[in-house]
Design a protein around this ligand. Structure first.
Ligand code: ATP
Ligand code: MG
Length: 355
């Protein structure tokens, strides 16, 4: 007898610049978008670099996006959120194969302060055993300051929601964008948003490495506006229209994006040596992946096949997002909503919401 139905929730992606909400449903074997919505946060400094600066205003914005979801309102109050990647710490390490989950927890309680630069009682952590060898097991560990977790929890609760999962952005993106990866192969997801770019590497086991830079779409627009003496909004429009193919400012974009390529090259070298795999391609995500000719630029600079991700591959063909050309903006929130459909969304992967 099932006493409690599994809690099913919807995905919520809160970033410095926008909020997306999305709920999926399974109809026989097909996964369909039930409801979705997105608002852009104007320059009100609600969130800066992932830290909530104005809780009341953020509650209002969350309620606003929930009001605006189409074609229907989201009815469940259970929510899966992704935490700001720039604030999440990760570490992969090995322990003897015979340790149980409880024993691993105990080891972590002693070791955590030597792994992450925070007092243990100030961190919310979670771990997963990601692979097993003859004598050792590999542990993926993630942590984030409790203060950040509590701030997001408070804002969600004040918005009338019940948090189930606090996921990592890189992981939820991968859930939407990556199909199975073969042994000894890997892919990079490069998420270029408004303020942050996240570079993450995945192999058959999952997330291997993630890092982020403060170079993204806003900086691109600022540089165009400075160089061409345009207002920010004018520069933004031009940027979106012409992108990397622009005769006037294509070179400016290339100069600004160059440090991202340099970081990618370092990441390739480091992770390929450490994990003995071959990185096969870069999958672009984030709003800035919509810039014309951006794929060509990253492919040329890094030498890796580069393509924009398709967040609809795991969804049924006929769904309300398929006609939206900017559906990459929903990739992360689709990944969260896909987790909500799992048998046990709370435990299936890293969950930094510790009750
Ligand atoms: N059609 C488009 N073409 C090019 N750039 C676009 C387009 N639409 C949005 N952008 C750019 O994408 C950026 C916003 O992307 P996204 O929504 O992924 O950011 P975010 O997740 O809200 O921010 P961050 O991750 O940096 O906190 C902005 O800089 C915007 O200029
Ligand atoms: Mg983002």
């Amino acid at each position: 007898m099932i006493l409690f139905a599994p809690k099913k929730g919807f995905g919520l992606d809160i970033s410095d610049a926008s909020i997306e909400a999305l709920e999926l449903e399974k109809v026989s074997k097909e996964i369909k978008v039930k409801s979705y919505g997105r608002i852009e946060i104007p320059e009100k400094k609600l969130i800066e670099d992932g830290l909530i600066k104005n809780k009341e205003a953020l509650v209002k914005s969350i309620k606003e996006v929930l009001e605006k979801t189409e074609p229907e309102k989201i009815k469940t109050r259970y929510v899966l959120l992704s935490l700001p990647e720039s604030k999440v710490l990760t570490h992969i390490f090995e322990l003897p194969i015979n340790l149980t989950l409880d024993q691993i927890k105990e080891v972590l309680s002693y070791e955590i302060e030597s792994i992450f630069p925070y007092p243990a009682n100030e961190l919310s952590i979670d771990f997963k055993v990601v692979s097993k060898k003859d004598k050792t097991q590999e542990i993926f560990l993630a942590g984030i300051p409790k203060k950040i977790v509590n701030d997001y929890k408070e804002v969600l609760e004040k918005s009338g929601l019940i948090p189930l999962v606090f996921d990592m952005e890189s992981k939820s993106l991968a859930r939407a964008l990556i199909e199975k990866i073969e042994k000894n192969k890997a892919v990079i997801i490069l998420d270029i948003g408004a303020r942050t770019s996240i570079i993450s590497v995945f192999d058959e086991v999952g997330l291997r490495f993630t890092t982020n830079l403060k170079i993204a779409g806003n900086l691109f627009t600022q540089k165009i506006s400075q160089n061409l003496n345009l207002l920010f909004d004018e520069a933004e429009k031009l940027k979106i229209k012409e992108g990397f193919s622009s005769e006037k400012f294509g070179q400016i974009l290339k100069n600004e994006a160059k440090p991202i390529c340099q970081e990618i090259k370092k990441v390739i070298e480091y992770t390929e040596r450490k994990y003995n795999f071959k990185i096969e391609k870069i999958i672009l995500a984030g709003g800035s992946s919509l810039l014309p000719k951006i794929e060509e630029y990253f492919q040329l600079e890094t030498g890796l096949l580069t393509e924009r991700g398709n967040p609809l591959t795991k969804l049924s063909k006929d769904n309300i997002l398929s006609k939206k050309e900017k559906n990459i903006l929903f990739a992360n929130v689709i990944g969260l909503a896909l987790r909500a459909l799992e048998k046990d969304p709370i435990k299936v992967d890293i969950n930094l919401l510790q009750s």
